[in-house]
Structure formats: structure tokens, C-alpha cells
Design a protein around this ligand. Sequence first.
Ligand code: PRP
Ligand code: URA
Length: 206
Amino acid sequence: MIYELSNPLTKTLVTHLRDQRQDAIRFRHTISELTKQLVYEALKDFPLIERNIAVWQGDGAFFTIDEENIMVVTVLRAGMPMLDSVMELLPDAKAGFLAMKRDETTHKSVLYYERLPECKGKTVLLVDPMLATGGSMVDALDLIKSREPSRIIALNIIGSPEGLGHVNSSHSDVDIYIAQIDERLNDDKYIIPGLGDAGDRAYNTV
Ligand code: PRP
Ligand code: URA
């Protein structure tokens, strides 16, 4: 399932991201706000458990998402602001890290570091702002699935139709929540209109 957000506020924030005048701190902040919108939508029907907690009148049972059963996996570098944003909403979730770099000649992703805690039986929220060819996402999903999570939900900010098709054909069981599906890829496999290189924009390496 591919779900594109349709709220006018989402479109507005994506337009802010495209604006080249946005400096890195505002860029990361906007990514973070869009990520929260994606999380609200993705967890709309998520099951609740009851948890006993101490409240002002004594102990009581209250509904909550089982945060400890959620693992947020980010793809470095550009996924870092998304990870921070999800962890603000789900502070007891666990975090995993994949460092990937797309080779700019072959356009294939190269994994250069991974730190995934135990995923078995957990719900994984995989966060990466850009889904261009979809190669990084497919490789990340291959790796995560080998660790046997119960469910994977991908959260992306901007994607191309080609990349989404690629991910969907390899991993049709993964639900993808995305803020904006753009027009196409250019010859260098950048998203058009897109926003340029998200890692560079976020961390001042343009
Ligand atoms: C970006 C982005 C994805 C990848 C998407 O990372 O964050 O991981 O490109 O491209 P794909 O769909 O064609 O695989 P990038 O390689 O630019 O690394 P960075 O985050 O360190 O800048
Ligand atoms: N990575 C990015 O950051 N942007 C693109 O358009 C494609 C890959």
C-alpha cells in the first residue's frame, strides 16, 4: 500500500523544503514536522495495549501504543532528522541505524555501517526522506526482513513514481507513507522537481 498525504499543510511544508533559501536548521525542522504528519497517518489504526501506571489517584490501567515493540530504523545521513522526530513522539521506541551512500556513477546504494538491535517480532518504522530509484530502500528492506520483524512501515518525504514502483514490486507487503510523490527521475537519478540532495541540504555540505 502506498499512501500519499493530501493535507494542504503537507504540500506547503514540502514547498518550503524545495525552496533553496531554507538553511540547514530550517530544512531539518521542516523534515521533522513532515515526519510527525507521516507518523500520525501511519499509526492511525495501530493497536493499543493497556499499561498500569502510577497516576495522581494511585495506580491505573491506561491505553498506549506498545512503544517498546517499535523500532525506528534510519538511513544515514538524510534520515537523521526523521529519526529524532519519531523518537520525540515515541520516546520508548528503539532505534536502529543503516548508513548507505548512493554511488553517483552506478546510482546503486552501498551499505557502509549497520547497527540494528533485535528486530524479531517488532514493528519497524523505516525512515528516509528521499526515495529516488528505490535502490537504497529495497536494500534496507532486504536487510531488515532478514531479522524477522512482524511488520515494516516505510516513511518517506519525497519519492519518484519509478522508485515507488521498484520498492512495491520487491516488497509489496511493506506499507509506504509518503508526503509527496513527484514527477520523475532525471538522467542522474535525482527526483524532479525534488529538492536536491537531502543529506547535503540538511548538513551544509552542498
Ligand atoms: C539519499 C537518500 C536515500 C537515497 C535515495 O541518500 O537519503 O538514502 O539517496 O536514493 P535511491 O532511492 O536512488 O537509492 P544519499 O545517498 O544521497 O546519502 P546522504 O543521505 O548521505 O546524502
Ligand atoms: N538523493 C537525494 O537526496 N535526492 C534525490 O533527488 C535523489 C537521491
